[in-house]
Design a protein around this ligand. Structure first.
Ligand code: GDP
Ligand code: MG
Length: 203
């Protein structure tokens, strides 16, 4: 299984921009309109020869109604099915009450959370990332998704902290499964009888 990583956060913090950079696609909608990506969106990324499944989400506002509620549900579903979460925040806005609500949501999931402080371009890294430590979710990774700054550092850390199946384990799993043999032929020639006899059970 490829590890699944969900990108969550308020609308407009730069989730789709990061998703596009990581998956090198332009497909996710990037716009100045809050919450344009209404659904979950999947894309594959490769880092240090490690494959990852990224999930872009519509964003959480903390006060969901109507379409926003559906978006929030998608975001939370994405978190549920993910192995790790990139919780994205906006350095230009600082720490907002909605961010704190999202953090409270995320804590319930018992998933590995990476706090990603976006839009550090032109700002002083240490100064603008400092407030986010208040969330108590550990290390804060300052990035500029649209410029590519800090992304390698972040992804190196994500990969090093994920439980990855190593090649040998995968090979062993394959061996344990054995080879597959199909039994084919005209109806009534005795295929099922042969299979049942081989398995010692009725199938
Ligand atoms: P989303 O709603 O969280 O998916 O946010 P988007 O990816 O659509 O980005 C929202 C806005 O933030 C867009 O105008 C982006 O160009 C802008 N943006 C994204 N990343 C950065 C960044 O690193 N620096 C700056 N200055 N702007 C960014
Ligand atoms: Mg988006």
């Amino acid at each position: 299984m490829i590890p699944v990583i969900a990108i969550v956060g308020r609308p407009n913090v730069g989730k789709s921009t990061l998703f596009n950079r990581l998956t090198r696609s332009k497909d996710a909608l990037v716009a100045d309109y809050a919450g344009l990506t209404r659904d979950r969106k999947y894309g594959e990324a490769v880092f240090n020869e490690q494959r990852l499944m990224l999930v872009d989400t519509g964003g959480l506002t903390g006060q969901e109604e109507g379409i926003d509620a559906a978006m929030a549900e998608q975001s939370l579903l994405a978190v549920e099915e993910a192995d790790a979460v990139l919780f994205m925040l906006d350095c230009r806005d600082g720490l907002t009450p909605v961010d704190e609500q999202i953090a409270a949501h995320l804590r319930q999931f018992n998933k590995k959370i990476f706090v990603v402080a976006n839009k550090i371009d032109g700002l002083s890294h240490d100064v603008v990332t400092a407030p986010f430590y208040e969330l108590g979710l550990g290390e804060v990774y300052g990035v500029a998704a649209s410029h590519g700054r800090g992304i390698t550092n972040l992804m190196d850390e994500v990969i090093s902290q994920l439980p990855m199946p190593v090649e040998e384990e995968l090979a062993e799993e394959d061996q344990a499964k054995g080879i597959k043999i199909a039994i084919v032929g005209r109806p009534n020639v005795g295929k099922s009888t042969l299979v049942n006899r081989m398995l010692g059970e009725d199938r």
